[in-house]
Design a protein around this ligand. Structure first.
Ligand SMILES: *C/C=C(C)/C=C/C=C(C)/C=C/C1=C(C)CCCC1(C)C
Length: 257
């Protein structure tokens, strides 16, 4: 038997997932089309941002479909909503978000590598440890709260690297870039912080509880749109500022346009 969901809860999640598709899809198109408005050396960061929202757009289609199978008017008997799509999505997009953040700064190669060899595995670990808790899998009787705590360790490590380690290399950037990167980090902190809260919302639900489910899906979707679309657009802005700083010819041409 399927879990029941109220009409209000159904509409809310339906509209959220629908908004997720629109935001991810059109940010992807925008970023791919606008990538030539930055110098070639920053283009990779913009294209990775577009790849992130593209991967997420695909997963939002799948989540929408899964949600319809579980709760839609023609719900399938016994079908359970698959939260795995989110985790597969994050497993790919969270490391890429960190890569785009580092790429847009145009740091020395050795510095880039040193940041990424720490950030990327930590991100993968954070997502991998969260999944059994969110999907409420029974692995050796470990409760969701323990998975959540384990996942918080790499999460805090990522924040440490971004705020302390990356902070050191910011000194070499212009004032305008420093300001934007600080905004970017605050955006990251404010949006990434929503995920563990939404996780907790769902954690205590034994089996299924509608309010927890609706809260979690709404929280994850809003956070995703800000952490991927808005974040990608700020990356694009930083790439523009740096392009104009680096190349006076480019700046003149871009302003005239
Ligand atoms: C685009 C998707 C993003 C930026 C996803 C970020 C996800 C997190 C920061 C998740 C963190 C979690 C914890 C810190 C503890 C509980 C389990 C998670 C995986 C929800």
């Amino acid at each position: 038997m399927n879990s029941v969901i109220s009409e209000g809860g159904y509409s809310l999640v339906f509209n959220m997932l629908s908004m997720g598709i629109a935001a991810m899809l059109f940010t992807t198109i925008f970023l791919f089309m606008a990538k030539d408005r930055v110098l070639p050396r920053y283009r990779m960061a913009v294209m990775i941002s577009a790849t992130v929202t593209g991967i997420a757009a695909y997963h939002y289609f799948r989540m929408f479909e899964s949600f319809e199978h579980a709760y839609g008017p023609d719900a399938i008997e016994g079908y359970v909503y698959n939260v795995g799509y989110r985790y597969v999505d994050w497993f790919l997009t969270v490391p890429l978000l960190l890569v785009e953040t580092v790429a847009v700064l145009g740091l020395a190669r050795a510095m880039q590598t040193s940041l990424l060899v720490r950030l990327v595995p930590a991100a993968a670990l954070m997502i991998g440890l969260g999944y059994p808790g969110d999907a409420q899998l029974d692995i050796m009787g470990i409760p969701p709260s323990v998975w959540g705590l384990l996942s918080t360790i790499p999460f805090l490590y990522i924040l440490y690297v971004l705020f302390v380690e990356l902070g050191k290399s910011l000194e070499r950037q212009s004032a305008a870039v420093q300001r934007k990167v600080k905004e970017l980090r605050l955006l990251l902190l404010a949006t990434w912080g929503v995920y563990p809260i939404a996780f907790i919302a769902n954690m205590n639900a034994v089996g299924f509880e509608e309010s927890s489910f609706v809260l979690r899906e709404t929280g994850y979707t809003i956070a995703d749109i800000l952490a991927k679309c808005l974040f990608g657009l700020v990356i694009f802005t930083i790439a523009r500022i740096k392009s104009m700083e680096d190349d006076a010819e480019f700046a003149k041409h871009e302003v005239r346009d």
